[in-house]
Ligand binder design. Structure first.
Ligand code: SAM
Ligand code: SF4
Length: 333
């Protein structure tokens, strides 16, 4: 008998974040080093295997799947994979299929995503300044991203912008980013940078707490907290002057783990039950072996028992090793 996914703290797991590749066409300085060693291609699960894995999770009560990466749109044939998943949305087993993308390839894929039932996507964009963008992502792609955003909006997809707050890089630009997003009827969520993976910079130089950003925003806007709960870690405020919603995700300054409803699976079939911990279990051997359903059942039971209560991130000591050695691009966001 397949069991619903409930962890040892009574949290019901209904949300799967699936990283379909750890590769990316950008090299954001807070996410990756310029020279990355990616997972060996031979270790990747095929899209068919990923689809089988998704079905196992759907059987166990997963209602929402977010496809992420690396950059998910660089994975070849991703549209056929999403098409396959979309039948579970049509049947009502899944409430939502969504995507987190950097937007560079969206102008090519937005219409097809919409046709396959992707109604909402998150697009990561940290600056509208072409020079800052090129420095921050180490690639010259702002124009492509903006075109991708417009194509997605034209296709009728609801877009949320995710912006990582970075000291001395985009902190002063955040008010104009919010105005730009709200003018296009897009929500925007700010995120504190997290200490995941070795990068070429020191996290101390990047990190700025969101309460400092909020204090600054309140010099210019009226922010009214709204009790919106979207099943995620963000807290929300409505900005009176723009009429739009601002989300704030504070993994460092305000822990939100009590309401965690998610697990993460990588493109090689490793399940991570917490973004802030290195512990993982290998589902790939299970789905490739005999008795795969029983073995998957066993491993997911272990995963639920071992899911940690909370994460502990710290960015205070210059030169410190990251809290988690794995880069964000392995599990995605
Ligand atoms: N490539 C896609 C994108 O950028 O949207 C999806 C994967 S990316 C790893 C997912 C999200 O993680 C992005 O919004 C990115 O800004 C965020 N991110 C990456 N590294 C991070 C870090 N160290 N701390 C906080 N957010 C991070
Ligand atoms: Fe690529 Fe996304 Fe990481 Fe930027 S944040 S390097 S776009 S995976």
């Amino acid at each position: 008998m397949t069991q619903q996914l409930i962890d040892s703290f009574g949290r019901e797991i209904t949300y799967l974040r699936l990283s379909v590749t750890d590769r990316c066409d950008l090299r954001c300085t807070y996410c990756m080093a310029e020279n990355m060693t990616f997972l060996p291609r031979k270790d990747l699960l095929s899209l068919e295997e990923l689809a089988t894995l998704c079905e196992s999770f759907i059987k166990r009560g997963i209602k929402k799947i977010r496809i992420t990466g690396g950059e998910p749109l660089v994975r070849r044939d991703l549209m056929s994979f999403i098409h396959k998943l979309s039948k579970h949305r049509i049947s009502g087993k899944l409430d939502e299929i969504t995507l987190t993308t950097n937007g560079t390839l969206l102008s090519r894929y937005a219409k097809e995503l919409k046709l396959n039932g992707v109604e909402r996507i998150n697009i990561s964009l940290d600056t509208l300044d072409p020079i800052v963008f090129t420095k921050l992502t180490r690639r010259n792609a702002l124009e492509a991203v903006l075109k991708g955003i417009d194509t997605a909006l034209e296709a009728g997809i609801k877009v949320k912008i995710n912006t990582v707050a970075l000291k001395g890089v985009n902190d002063t630009e955040i008010p104009s980013l919010i105005e730009w997003a709200h003018n296009k009827s897009m929500d925007i969520t700010l995120i504190e940078v997290m200490p995941l993976g070795d990068i070429d910079e020191d996290r101390v130089d990047q990190y700025i707490p969101l309460n400092a950003i909020r204090d600054n925003l309140e010099q210019r806007f009226t922010l009214n907290n709204v009790p919106l709960r979207t099943g995620g870690p963000a807290r929300y405020a409505k900005i009176k002057e723009t009429g739009g919603i601002l989300g704030m995700i504070t993994p460092l300054t305000n822990n939100f783990c009590a309401s965690c409803n998610r697990v993460r699976v990588t493109c090689t079939g490793q399940i991570y039950t917490c973004l802030g911990h290195g512990h993982k279990l290998d589902l790939r051997a299970a789905i490739r072996g005999e008795n795969s359903d029983a073995e998957l059942e066993r491993l997911l039971g272990v995963a639920m028992r071992e899911k940690p209560e909370k994460h502990f991130f710290d960015i205070s000591e210059r030169g410190a090793k990251p809290t988690v050695a794995r880069h964000m691009s392995v599990t995605g966001g």
